[in-house]
Ligand binder design. Sequence first.
Ligand SMILES: [Zn+2]
Length: 212
Amino acid sequence: MNIITKKKLNIFPVCAVLASLTFFNMSNVTQAAAMYDAAFWPCKGFPTNVYADMKHYVDQSVTDLGYGWINQSARNGWDKITDADVGYGRVFDYQSADTRAFAGYYTWADYSGLMQAYYSNGSKVPDADYLRPETPFYKAHVLLNDYIMDELLYSDNERLKTAIHEWGHVMKLAHQSPPSSNNGVWDSVMITGQFSMLAPSWADEQNVKWKY
Ligand SMILES: [Zn+2]
């Protein structure tokens, strides 16, 4: 607002003021997503050195149900962010893996994908604990629900968005506001729902760079 007031005082031509207003609004739109600390769950998650090189196990079900390239593209989307110390290395040993991917025909679930973290005693991290600062992750599982995605006729790119979203949760990214409360903008892969995204958004990348 200061800039606009100053420009008005300087008796800028009306069109220049309008142009600056338009630009001002556009800047707001591109930053509609929650940024930095506000984009993350407060929990501790994995240690920093694990985020830098997560040992990743791919269950046979992922390949069998056709999610091999989807899971890999999703991980690569986060992995390739420059200036962020996050990465995945595939391992074939279930026990030593930090993160594990599964796909299934989970008729008992109403979600397309799920990230479930585990404590070192093997118990699931309850939903409320993701919001507690002391909560560590010992393992994290990503489940891709072929049943729901088939039922809702998900396209390949919608399935890819689901996988990118779940891997975002592994990095403690929280849900972003739906477009209705976000200036109508679909600017984060962390928005829930059925839509296509081929990679993390600009806002998602900025958040991960800031955190890691
Ligand atoms: Zn989610």
